[in-house]
Design a protein around this ligand. Sequence first.
Ligand SMILES: [Zn+2]
Length: 160
Amino acid sequence: MDSRLHDRHFRAIGISRWLDLDRTRDSATTMKNDNQTNLEKTQELYDFLQGNIPENIRTDNPPTLTADQAWTVIWFLGNQYWQVPDCIEKCDVCGTLYHTWEEGECMDYDKPPFFFCGSCMDTEEAVTKRRIGTRLERARIAMRKRSNTDIRQAGPDASK
Ligand SMILES: [Zn+2]
């Protein structure tokens, strides 16, 4: 997954960033710092689940759990299932969770729906989205051709 898509993906699901603790680890990081990071990240997730969304995250559906419900989620993650892998997506058409390495399609442009499970790849929504993608790609190519023409017309010394 490229970094731009990954970032959008984070914003779309808005949660796995906190669970990916190893990303912040480097050779100079002491266990004390790890403990501090674990506490801070868990606190951040705890706040997030109660609707306190950090500025770097955009979500149209902020969670609004109570403190007890938020803690139940964190308990579940910590005790029942140690991390949420970011290769799982929620289909924007039918709402089913699916494994992106096994099935489905991500069309990460224009407006939602962005994620399509295997069963929804031939739906009206997916067909429409692919059509929008083709149109955007054609527009991009046309724009590139136009700017190349501008450069040629201006000549290589135009900026001097
Ligand atoms: Zn689906």
